[in-house]
Design a protein around this ligand. Structure first.
Ligand SMILES: [Zn+2]
Length: 326
């Protein structure tokens, strides 16, 4: 197989490590080969995108991802709009991220103050999350490594956040937006984020609390505001709070309640449309309730912005940080 050029910068390529043993990698015959003494792992590069998974610990398989990429092409353009898609677009949505854009402004400013050309790892970055374009508008000088476990419009590298295939301390920042509910072990993933960040490196995370199952079987965990803070207990907090509020939480709950009334695809479609038309204004309340104490007990999703720390927040200190009302 001919060697395929990777779309990663030279610096990022040199920071790639074997996700199994953390040794360096070399490029050979269209694959990346581990140079570890006792490791025989090799990883394909498909359409310029390396697939760097530790299969023993991942629920994803290298071969199925490579097959998927070869059959559809990682750069496959999205299908043309059908009349059904146009109709779907006319139906109002129930989701609203009220803080992501401002948070990304703060995050981008902090990154640019912290380094001349900050290196930022995006975990779960196959699509742009809310406000991500703010970060994107400063790249360069910000250098992004956009990763996911699946191919998508922005995927530069396939990896599993339980075993990030990067040299320790390489990144100035990590973004993990609406991802940690979809990993089987979020604590392990945050340990990996901690490892690949340099000292004082910046993390920005958004993770749901009151949200029903989405992405089907790939949805495992939710976090309260304090639970989320504990997840990042090896970080100093800059700010945290709700990104999606109680109005969105209520709208989603109402929709999923209606959907639970039937297993018929046709009826569920009708119920879904009914839910969206009758509940969509609820999300607008989130702009007015943002920051209120009750939101810390019942929001749809929380964010955490912080820096890598040498110390660990104790659970005794953690409970003093409760900001709700119940
Ligand atoms: Zn290895």
């Amino acid at each position: 197989m001919p060697s395929e050029p990777m779309g990663l910068s030279t610096g990022l390529q040199s920071a790639l490590r074997c996700p199994v043993c953390q040794s360096s990698l070399e490029s050979a015959a269209g694959r990346l080969r581990c140079l570890g003494d006792h490791c025989t792992a090799t990883f394909p590069v498909v359409g310029g995108i390396p697939i760097l998974l530790n299969e023993e610990r991942s629920i994803f398989s290298i071969e199925s991802l490579a097959d998927q990429a070869r059959s559809r092409g990682p750069d496959a353009s999205p299908p043309a709009f059908s009349p059904r898609d146009v109709l779907k677009r006319l139906i109002p949505g129930l989701s609203l991220n009220v803080a992501g854009r401002d948070n990304f402004r703060t995050y981008t400013d902090l990154l640019l103050k912290s380094a001349a050309s900050p290196r930022v790892l995006v975990v779960g970055g196959k699509n742009e999350g809310e406000g991500f374009d703010v970060l994107l508008s400063s790249a360069p000088p910000i250098e992004l490594a956009e990763t996911d476990v699946v191919f998508g419009p922005r995927t530069m590298l396939i990896c599993d956040s339980h075993d990030l295939p990067f040299q320790s301390g390489y990144f100035d920042g990590v973004v993990v937006q609406a991802v940690l509910e979809h990993v089987v072990d979020p604590f392990r993933c945050v340990e990996e984020i901690y490892r690949v960040l340099r000292p004082d490196g910046l993390v920005y995370a958004e993770t749901p609390f009151i949200q029903q199952v989405h992405e089907g079987r790939f949805d495992f965990t939710r976090f309260t505001h304090l639970g989320h803070r504990r997840l990042f207990r090896r970080f100093n907090e800059i700010s945290s709070g709700a990104v999606c509020g109680t109005g969105m939480a209520l709208a989603w709950t109402y929709r999923y309640f209606l959907l639970s009334l039937s297993d018929s695809p046709l009826l569920r479609n009708l119920l879904d449309t009914f839910a969206r038309f009758t509940a969509f204004p609820l999300k607008w309340f989130d702009r007015y309730t943002s920051g209120r104490a009750g939101v810390f007990d019942a929001a749809s999703a929380y964010y955490f912005l912080g820096t890598k720390s040498d110390s660990v927040l104790s659970d005794r200190e953690l409970i003093k940080l409760y900001r709700g009302r119940i």
